[in-house]
Design a protein around this ligand. Structure first.
Ligand SMILES: Nc1ncnc2c1ncn2[C@@H]1O[C@H](COP(=O)(O)OP(=O)(O)OP(=O)(O)O)[C@@H](O)[C@H]1O
Ligand SMILES: [Mg+2]
Length: 338
């Protein structure tokens, strides 16, 4: 079976074709990052309009790259939430309409389930159960994953997501949007331990996160120390985020007795985070899994993969196009259950 996956939840148009027997056949991505850079963040209306322009040519390209035609496609998966409602609507309308026109089932995919399952596109996929750390621009969550569709939220950010904290702190430092990767690069030139940032919410039990205080801490440190200290401040900020994430991962694994960790979402591309979690898992004699870097951020491949799990179970979305801008993972069910 082959499925076309469509991702338009935010500022990336991602299209992919996944085959349950042969894996990923093609994937294309158009990032709108330049379009939004002047505004310092995603402008929802511009995002929606750009998805409208890009979606059909990218579907055609994905089919051509895979050497397929529409007749070779057995279903269409699209991101139905969470995300920006206008952006979601573009992909959902296009996906639902293509499935209808082609006489094939349509699958409404949860974007975070896509991120969570992205490491399963790799050669050595994780076995269930595992603990997932989802760290993206909009989410910081620890989830116990017992199987596809069986997600138990263990903890999440009560304010800014980790990626959001990176981006906002980078903005304070005068770095371009999106600043997360640039801040991380700057941190490489910084001296370890020059400044000490707090590890928020680590001094009490629980698996929730809070990152907005770190941004304020960074702002105050920049004001006190001046811009020549930026690299050292970036280093201290990144160390604090990475340490905090690692402490909570360790806690989640201790609490559940599960020694297998999956890390996904844009911040999982962070090299420092990967190194610290790798060291943690060596110490624990456990395993850690990541998507390949290009599938850490938004992409169509993860949506095609998640959609395939539900296509195989016979799911088919109603003809009424619905999107769910807020759609917690805990509301999902095992494929085919409803
Ligand atoms: N190397 C890095 N270090 C730190 N942060 C990074 C790095 N690379 C990417 N990011 C951050 O990842 C985020 C983008 O990730 P992603 O595309 O998964 O998020 P999103 O799709 O916007 O959010 P969500 O999936 O929650 O809706 C941005 O905040 C970006 O700064
Ligand atoms: Mg995302």
């Amino acid at each position: 079976m082959r499925i076309l996956g469509i991702e338009t939840s935010c500022d990336e148009t991602g299209i992919a074709i996944y085959d349950d027997a042969n894996g990923l056949l093609s994937h294309t991505l158009y990032s709108q990052v330049k379009l939004h850079a002047d505004y310092g963040g995603v402008v929802p209306e511009l995002a929606s309009r750009d998805h409208v322009r890009k979606i059909v040519p990218l579907v055609q390209q994905a089919l051509a790259d895979a050497g397929l035609t529409k007749d070779d496609i057995d279903g269409v998966a699209y991101t139905a939430g969470p995300g920006l409602v206008g952006a979601l609507l573009v992909g959902a309308c296009a996906g639902r309409a293509l499935a209808f026109a082609w006489g094939k089932p349509a699958i409404a995919v949860n974007h975070m389930e896509g991120h969570l399952l992205a490491p399963m596109l790799e050669d050595n996929p994780p076995q269930f159960p595992f603990i997932a750390l989802l760290v993206s621009g909009g989410h910081t969550q620890l989830v116990q994953v017992d199987g596809i569709g069986q997600y138990q939220l263990l903890g999440e950010s009560i304010d800014d997501a980790a990626g959001e904290a990176f981006d906002k702190t980078a903005k304070l430092m005068g770095l371009d949007y999106p600043g997360g990767p640039l801040l991380s690069k700057l941190a490489e030139q910084g001296e370890v331990g020059k400044y000490k940032f707090p590890r928020p919410m680590c001094d009490r039990p629980g698996l929730d996160f809070s990152f907005s205080g770190l941004k304020t801490f960074a702002a105050n440190t920049i004001a006190a120390e001046g811009t020549e200290a930026l690299a050292d401040i970036a280093r201290a900020f990144e160390d604090a985020v990475v340490d905090t994430l690692a402490i909570k991962c360790r806690r989640a694994m201790d609490q559940t007795g599960i020694n297998r960790l999956v890390v996904a979402g844009g911040v999982s591309a962070n090299r420092h985070l990967r190194a610290e979690l790798a060291a943690l898992m060596v110490k624990r004699k456990g395993e850690v899994f990541y998507p390949r870097p290009e599938f850490c951020t938004d992409n169509g491949a993860m949506i095609a993969f998640a959609g395939m799990q539900r296509l195989l179970a016979g799911e088919n979305a109603s003809l009424a196009v619905t999107t769910t801008p807020r759609w917690p993972l805990s509301q999902l069910t095992v494929p085919g259950a409803n």
